[in-house]
Design a binder for this molecule. Structure first.
Ligand SMILES: [Zn+2]
Length: 254
């Protein structure tokens, strides 16, 4: 048996029997990890109201035999994020981000930068650093980069021509191949999906800049909506899932 501890975000929680909880955590040192919190619904002494969704906790875990679910021994609260949990729309955004990370991550594959990103945007959402939509875009485009699924936003995937050298203000984007195609290289079989070149440039910057600088980027309402629809469609296509929480979010924002 071994003990370890790490800061972790609570991604999911579900009841297990009458007294226990099963939690999916995203831990800085472990990545995604599913754990059991025994008697969590009964014992407020061991887990005094800290195991709420989207909280950041300091988790002390005990790993048992191979294949056995780790047991949460102790947890203390690092960040409660109370605003997220009392605002429907913010809850929906956080649920969407948590669902993406949960769906994409493999158990036990640590990625401290992904932890840092999730921690950063949850804090921003709770404290209202930027528009929720803009923070969501920031999360998604940086998630794509960290997960290795980042779209090509700079040049035609066939002839490699840079977007700024192509005529016109908009360019075709091939969602399946994850890259723009210029008008000369586009095959008629590719579904025409036109995007402003300036928008792709702004997204590229948002993906690469320092995180604090990237969240200060200002989007006009139309550009934010177009960019959000594009990135949401991209993630859904490349993770291979329609996200339930995104559907809820869209209904709330209507
Ligand atoms: Zn081309």
């Amino acid at each position: 048996m071994s003990l370890f501890s790490s800061p972790a975000v609570v991604l999911r929680r579900r009841d297990f029997g009458d007294f226990d909880l099963i939690l999916t955590l995203y831990a800085r040192s472990e990545g995604k990890i599913t754990v059991i919190a025994k008697s969590a619904k009964k014992s407020t002494r061991r887990f005094p109201g800290v195991l709420e969704l989207f909280s950041v906790i300091h988790a002390v875990l005990r790993k048992g035999r191979r294949g056995a679910m780790p047991v949460l021994q102790e947890a203390s609260l690092l960040k409660a994020h109370p605003i997220i949990r009392t605002d429907f729309k913010k809850t929906a955004y956080a649920s969407y981000w948590a669902e993406i990370v949960d769906e994409w991550s493999e158990e036990g594959s640590a990625q401290p930068e992904m932890y840092h990103l999730l921690d950063h945007v949850l804090k921003g959402l709770d404290q209202g650093w930027a528009m929720d939509e803009s923070l969501s875009l920031l999360f998604q485009i940086r998630f794509l980069r960290l997960s290795g699924m980042h779209p090509n936003l700079t040049h035609c995937r066939v002839c490699k021509a840079a977007l700024e050298d192509l005529p016109g203000a908009r360019v075709y984007f091939d969602l399946a191949k994850g890259a723009p195609v210029c008008h000369k290289c586009r095959s008629s079989r590719v579904k025409p999906y036109l995007l402003p070149k300036g928008l792709l440039k702004q997204l590229q910057w948002m993906a690469e800049a320092d995180l604090d600088a990237a969240r200060r980027i200002r989007w006009t309402g139309d550009a934010l909506e177009t960019a959000s629809l594009f990135v949401e469609a991209f993630i859904s296509h490349h993770v291979g899932k329609r996200f339930r929480s995104l559907k809820v979010l869209k209904q709330l924002c209507r």
